[in-house]
Ligand binder design. Sequence first.
Ligand code: APR
Ligand code: PHB
Length: 392
Amino acid sequence: MTKYQTDVAILGGGPSGLMLSRLLLLEGIRSVIIERQPMQHVLERIRAGVLEEGSVNLMQNAGLGDRVLREGQRHSGFRITYGDDELRIDIEKLTGKHVTIYGQTEVTKDLFASVSGNGIRILDSVTDAKIHNLDSDQVKIIGSHGNEDFEIHPKFIAGCDGFKGISRQAIPADKKNEYERVYPFGWLGVLSETKPADHELIYASHEDGFSLCSMRNECLSRYYVQCPAGDSVEQWSDDRFWDTLKRQIPSTIANNLETGPSLEKSIAPLRSFVCEPLSFGRLFIAGDAGHIVPPTGAKGLNLAFSDVYYLSKGFITFFKDKNEQLLKEYSDRALDRIWKSERFSWWMTSLLHRFDNEDGFAERLRRAEFKYLCQSEDYQRVLATNYVGLPY
Ligand code: APR
Ligand code: PHB
């Protein structure tokens, strides 16, 4: 049995856990990361690639601004299309801000290098991690790492272990409420070594369903099409994917679309989910462990980073000044921004997707929403302000 003493035990070695560990490290606060998967698996995950300015600022504060500023693509707008009608949302004109296209895979690589290379212990491929004595000052995590059993005795636990992790489950049922919307569709995503459809993102709403044209760089494209919730990747050949995408985006774009073999193909289910509160005893939950948004608004990683920003301030104030106030306020402060992003992501998903068994009323509401966006710069500003990210 190996025993570790540390300030904060972080469950989960994804973006939330790695960013939190990095921010604490910079303030001399010790942490141990416990990750269920091999880190190589974590580093290869492909996720959304739109960073709010707040997220890029956080990466700069974490000493990780160089590559994202050098390699990230600065975008000042994106297009929404509705059948063959289209509207460009000029986010820089409307908000004075921009977003950065930089794959989450790259974010995680930068974070991992900044943490593992600076003495932070990352226990990966951990089996059977368990939390004990959560509402006492004897809190501990036990598990197995390789053929070694371990015990970690931290002051606090940060639950950064994603939607399917154990930390949210450790909060007693009568001490939490969970709020959820499950959508009747998913996103089939394809990565292809092709020239992107355009230099900016295109969110395409069509009577047959939603599509998204995105990219990772000028030679690597990322596309999505809406698919039924129960579909499997095996049901979607590359030809079926490209035919569906080209049917659902404006013909002017489809006619010039470069297609090619999929390097990666996967289906992500869509849900909106929030757990309240995000803390219990010595446990504080951040990122996907506490909330999920449909990827339409590209808020998943960005919300995880604002959680981690608030939580890191709470830990730093505690360990530096022995002041627990920010930790006590963490859950309410994080949930305020989370619910605003949940609303935006739900609204953008409702605007752009087609739901089963819709009547003509629903479709006319959606068309009126799009027309109002086209006619109202104020309404475009509301969309743009949420898309670039609300203030922390
Ligand atoms: N013990 C240890 N680690 C665990 C456990 C467990 N019981 N369960 C899950 N994990 C790990 C997962 O393997 C994963 O690496 O926790 C990590 C959680 O990472 P994410 O799911 O990426 O969540 P988060 O770090 O909050 O990042 C949110 O990542 O998934 C995307 O769309 C999401 O962009 C958002 C961002
Ligand atoms: C992506 O590039 O993967 C992406 C971009 C924008 C989104 C979702 C995903 O809203």
